[in-house]
Write a protein that binds this ligand. Structure first.
Ligand SMILES: [Zn+2]
Length: 330
């Protein structure tokens, strides 16, 4: 067993180049794969792709709310059929990235997608946060997901989009081991490019994505999560000695350290909260690093007041649990 080099403190600004450069070089963009000209003189090419997450976003958080699950059910019941009709009307082929659990819940949907001339790609087992997993578990789930899709639709996927575009330091190696042709999870260019791993060309094509071209941030947020005291909370499972700057929040945990960088519901509600906080009390100390126990909130604009109306019964001003706020202390 080798002894890791001693880099002193773990603060990134103290890292020597030998520490940060391999991190950056692990997965990089290689040569551009943009053709010299698009077919038929087209000015550009557009790829339409859809992630059929359905109920998996609720399940992967360890939640069982029928309300939340119904949001996912809508995707199967109304969303995908509508999209398939639209694509068919315009004769546009597309790719659907499908978690294995979605495919098991809706096998006929996947067969309809393939039957309509579209592609199905790997999209995790249950939309797990793969970058939080031990490498062997990430590998096992990615491979089992491909097996399950093949079993259901009769053809083996050749591409992957990681769940939530969450890409670990091991994802590319697993993708290469599986012999996949492409990934669609990274964001280093507008145009396709070849992926490099540790500086070496891999032959794996990257079809880059970007949150601002995705409708998910606009529709799937839980903007009033912080105002619902009945919402179930979980204790954080972090050990007390763990770094507060650890970048991997615990799945399903709603403590301040985990929700600070949590899933899509976190930043969205947090963003709104930030716009609504009118004062913050930090009992006992004025330090920024003092735990914030309560904050006074209220809508500051007519738009915010309108959004809040169905969820408020009393005065606008109230106190909120600090665990729903950007963390100031941990
Ligand atoms: Zn997804």
């Amino acid at each position: 067993m080798t002894t890791p080099p001693d880099f002193g403190t773990d603060e990134p600004w103290t890292w020597p180049e030998a520490r940060w450069r391999p991190i950056v070089e692990k997965v990089r963009a290689g040569r551009s794969l943009k053709p010299a000209a698009w077919p038929d003189g087209a000015r550009c090419a557009v790829a339409l792709s859809f992630d059929s997450d359905h109920e998996t976003l609720t399940l992967r958080a360890g939640e069982a709310s029928p309300g939340r699950l119904s949001q996912g059910e809508y995707g199967a019941r109304a969303g995908v059929p509508r999209i398939l009709r639209l694509l068919d009307r315009h004769a546009v082929p597309a790719t659907f990235f499908v978690p294995a659990v979605t495919a098991m819940l809706y096998p006929d949907e996947q067969r309809a997608v393939v039957g309509g001339g579209h592609e199905i790609g790997i999209h995790s087992w249950i939309h797990e946060r793969n970058a939080e997993l031990p490498p062997k578990d990430e590998r096992d789930l990615q491979m089992r997901a491909a097996d399950k899709l093949e079993e259901i639709v009769g053809s083996r996927p050749v591409g992957i989009r990681t769940p939530s575009w969450d890409f670990s330091a091991h994802t590319l190696a697993i993708t290469r081991e599986m012999g996949l042709s492409y990934d669609s999870s990274l964001m280093a260019d507008d145009d396709p490019y070849e992926l490099l791993e540790d500086g070496e060309p891999t032959g794996v094509v990257e079809l880059p994505v970007e949150w601002i071209r995705d409708d998910y941030p606009y529709w799937a947020m839980d903007r009033f999560g912080g105002l619902r005291p009945t919402r179930r909370r979980r204790a954080c499972s972090r050990s007390s000695g763990e770094s507060s700057t650890a970048p991997t929040p615990r799945a399903g945990c709603s403590c301040s350290r985990c929700t600070r960088t949590s899933s899509a519901t976190g930043p969205a509600s947090r963003f709104w909260m930030n716009s609504s906080v009118t004062s913050v009390r930090t009992p006992g100390c004025g330090s920024r690093r003092t735990p914030t126990s309560h904050a006074t909130v209220g809508p500051r604009t007519r738009r915010e007041r309108r959004f809040l109306a169905p969820f408020a019964s009393g005065p606008w001003e109230g106190t909120l649990d600090a665990t729903r706020f950007p963390n100031r202390c941990a």
